[in-house]
Design a protein. Structure first.
Length: 136
């Protein structure tokens, strides 16, 4: 089963307690933008993407802009990977049919990790005996 996660972009970084409460109760997100990742949501896969992107992002203080460009970053990478897969004869060569990411307006009940992004910083949370702050 894929390891699903969500990445939330915030105006200001929520406290650990506030974020955990939102995740536990699945209340309306305070994130300005939510991105869903269908698989490979482990910190070893997500943190390098976020770190690489945030190092290049010029407007980390604008969560709408940062989230939009992060989606662009992910799609661009998916398209490059699709071209490489096509060269190898892989069935998933068409990235238009499988990006593995989406845009959300609520918390999913089946995610294992959540990443909060604000001002160029990232906090990771893991679902393990309830939601807890996780330091990758």
């Amino acid at each position: 089963m894929p390891t699903r996660c969500q990445i939330g972009f915030f105006e200001t970084m929520p406290s650990d307690e506030k974020m955990i409460e939102e995740l536990r109760k699945s209340i309306k997100p305070t994130a300005v933008a939510l991105i869903y990742r269908h698989s490979d949501g482990y910190p070893d896969n997500v943190m390098p993407d976020l770190d690489c992107y945030l190092a290049k992002c010029q407007r980390n203080n604008d969560p709408c802009y940062a989230a939009a460009w992060f989606v662009h970053f992910l799609i661009d990478r998916a398209m490059r990977n699709a071209r490489n897969w096509a060269k190898l004869g892989n069935r998933k060569a068409d990235a238009h049919n499988y990006l593995g990411h989406g845009i959300d307006n609520e918390y999913h009940s089946d995610i294992q990790y959540f990443y909060a992004v604000a001002g160029g910083k990232v906090k990771a949370f893991a679902l393990c005996n309830g939601w807890n702050r996780f330091n990758p």
